[in-house]
Design a protein. Structure first.
Length: 121
């Protein structure tokens, strides 16, 4: 065997190993990404289901009624803590608002901070 033949064989085997490594890495990434939604679920499904069932029942009742709702009916449903006439106050505490977002960093501030870290300004 000549040296050029050995070089060609080693190059071919290196290319095969590289292809195998790439395929294995992509397979691992694909597998882990399919697990992410399952790992991300941190609440029981029945928590959200209760408020959604209430919203669904209200929407069904409204859709099945023969008459359109009056302005007074709509205003009564939104009085107090109601977000809107259909949703009511469901999940209001989970919504972002100025009161529960005071100490959070804005997207603009995060981007500026990262750019300063990258460019050193």
């Amino acid at each position: 065997m000549s040296i050029s033949t050995l070089k060609e064989q080693s190059l071919i085997s290196f290319q095969k190993l590289l292809k195998l490594a790439i395929v294995l890495c992509l397979g691992i990434v694909w597998f882990l990404s399919s697990l992410t939604p399952a790992l991300a679920a941190n609440s029981s499904p029945t928590e959200a289901e209760a408020s959604l069932n209430q919203i669904q029942q209200e929407a069904k009742k409204t859709a099945e009624s023969d008459e359109p709702r009056s302005l007074n009916t709509m205003l009564r449903k939104t009085e107090g803590d109601g977000l809107n006439a259909v949703q009511g106050s469901a999940d209001k505490e989970k919504m972002k608002n100025p009161e529960n977002s005071e100490n959070l960093e804005t997207v603009t501030e995060m981007v500026d901070k990262k750019l300063k870290n990258v460019f050193g300004n």
